[in-house]
Design a protein around this ligand. Structure first.
Ligand SMILES: C[S@@+](CC[C@H](N)C(=O)[O-])C[C@H]1O[C@@H](n2cnc3c(N)ncnc32)[C@H](O)[C@@H]1O
Length: 206
């Protein structure tokens, strides 16, 4: 993990503070667009939300088989209470699920990669169903970026914000077919998001 967790950043780890901050930034509209333009979840599919936080995205999803996992117990307790039976919430990290034999049609990794310095996608590979997708969204460094976006990036608790190439390299060599996209207008404040949609390449036929 590479993140700031002291002082004001400690408060952001509280579910109600995180949710409130997201609301001020206009995250409701951002999530709605992310769901309709990127996640595109078909009703009834199995979905894993890695680092789900308070599971804000679940409010925008159709009926599906949702599992959220996060190592912040407070977020998981908040999500369990908020959604009362709609979905399964686990305290832990995705690599713990590897041994379970479970797999999913859709794996969402939202606002996580810029906090990480580890090998998340290796563990996700075995959790993805054939024909399934992994979706990611994070803030990004871009050439010629607006000064205010750079300032907001510099204040982020996640200390591993990457360039597009940096994010793409996290999946390289793992046999994913990746489509990438940049959004400049998802939030109420100036912000740049980098989105990836990764599919497993089919195994070569013998
Ligand atoms: C910025 S929040 C994003 C929450 C949510 N995905 C969203 O988009 O609103 C990052 C979350 O990822 C969690 N997290 C980071 N790395 C993780 C890991 N390896 N396994 C589980 N949770 C993780 C943190 O506890 C935190 O709740």
């Amino acid at each position: 993990m590479a993140e700031r967790i002291t002082g004001l950043y400690r408060a952001i780890r509280l579910p109600a503070v995180y949710k409130g901050l997201m609301s001020v930034l206009g995250a409701d509209n951002a999530i709605r667009r992310y769901v309709s333009e990127v996640l595109e979840p078909a009703p009834g599919i199995t979905m894993l939300d890695v680092g789900c936080g308070p599971a804000n995205v679940l409010a925008y999803l159709p009926e599906l088989d949702y599992t959220g996992i996060d190592h912040n117990e407070g977020h998981i307790a908040f999500a369990r209470q908020r959604y009362d039976g709609r979905g399964r919430f686990i305290v832990g990290s995705a690599d713990q699920l590897e041994q379970s034999g479970e797999s999913f049609d859709l794996i969402n990794v939202s606002a996580i990669l810029h906090h990480l310095d580890d090998d998340l996608f290796k563990s996700l590979k075995s959790l993805l169903n054939e024909g399934g997708r992994i979706t990611t969204i994070d803030n990004v460094w871009l050439p010629g970026q607006r000064a205010v976006v750079k300032l907001i990036n510099n204040l982020d608790s996640g200390m591993n914000i990457r360039t597009p190439e940096g994010y793409l390299s996290l999946m390289s060599g793992l046999g994913y077919n990746i489509q990438a996209r940049i959004f400049h207008d998802l939030l109420r404040v100036p912000y740049d998001h980098f989105v990836m949609v990764a599919r497993s390449n089919p195994a070569p036929s013998s």
